[in-house]
Design a protein around this ligand. Structure first.
Ligand SMILES: [Zn+2]
Ligand SMILES: [Zn+2]
Length: 292
């Protein structure tokens, strides 16, 4: 699905991508599905400011995907980087309000970024049946069920952790609830490169099989984090996985990534990434999950 310039042009299995306006105006992102709001306690800006920034940067599709409330997490566990269950209604109302307000200028989707926590995931999906949610992206920030477990954005040489992280994402993908995988390379495995490749390759193989896109995350790239990791995207390039660029915007300004987007494009060229510019959204309301 190619769009007329100045957006990305892409051809099957190749990555000839260019923003024809180039120069001063730079490249543009056609669709970004990874946008936060203030409710997660570590983002800033109003919904209107995000939408106006997206329009100004030339986007045609903006998906809000704030850190999901996790309704069944015990109340005594404070999960401070996500909205609270009681904020969900206001969140979806706000997204629907801007979706309507700006409908002539941009298409807006209401989603969340969610971890897959087997113990609480069925309940999460059930709770969402009463909200106008349109999609979920997988952002596996913790292992297991979060409580007392390992933060996935960690640097480790422990193969057990890497294997667990990858397996949990594979199980998540198999639920059918997720539309793409955000920062799939979040865990920084610093040990043997063969072990790194072995496990991350499994993830890529699975994604290929399930036609699941992987995100090249601009927050990590612009913030000097280890991800998007070259070791990971080398594998992705070899495998030919679909790759979508995600701003992971925690402020309206992050919807105009400028030089960070140029760097992402350099990475895409270097590893011959199979970039796509839109995602077919999966409806999480159709999914039922029960822990085995
Ligand atoms: Zn965040
Ligand atoms: Zn995010």
């Amino acid at each position: 699905m190619a769009h007329s310039f100045p957006y990305f042009h892409f051809y099957s299995q190749s990555t000839i991508i260019f923003g024809l306006k180039g120069g001063a105006e730079g490249r543009m992102i056609y669709a970004n599905y990874h946008t936060h709001t203030m409710r997660c306690n570590h983002a800033q800006g109003t919904e209107d400011e995000y939408v106006e920034a997206a329009i100004a940067s030339g986007m045609k599709i903006l998906g809000f995907s704030d850190h999901t409330p996790y309704f069944a997490l015990p109340r005594e566990h404070y999960s401070g980087f996500r909205m609270k269950p009681e904020q969900a209604e206001d969140y979806f109302n706000s997204v629907l309000r801007v979706r309507d307000k700006y409908k002539d200028k941009i298409t807006i989707y209401a989603g969340v970024e969610a971890e897959f926590y087997p113990k609480y995931f069925g309940d999460l999906l059930d709770n969402f049946r009463r909200f106008p949610i349109q999609y979920m992206i997988l952002g596996q920030h913790f292992l297991d069920n979060e409580i007392g477990s390992t933060y996935a954005y960690t640097r480790t040489t422990d193969e057990v952790l890497l294997e667990k992280f990858v397996k949990q994402m594979i199980r998540a993908i198999d639920t059918g609830a997720f539309s793409y995988v955000a920062h799939p390379d979040l865990m920084e495995f610093d040990g043997d490169e063969k072990i790194y490749a072995k496990h991350y390759r499994k993830l890529c193989e699975h994604c290929l099989e399930k036609d699941m896109a992987l995100e090249l995350n601009l927050l990590g790239l612009g913030g000097g984090r280890h991800y998007p990791n070259e070791k990971f995207f080398k594998i992705v390039g070899e495998m030919g996985n679909k790759v979508i660029i995600g701003c992971d915007a925690h402020s309206p300004a992050m919807l105009s990534p400028g030089k960070t987007l140029d760097r992402a494009m350099d990475m895409a060229d270097k590893f011959k990434l199979n970039l796509i510019d839109t995602i077919e959204l999966k409806d999480p309301k159709k999914i039922y999950f029960e822990e085995e």
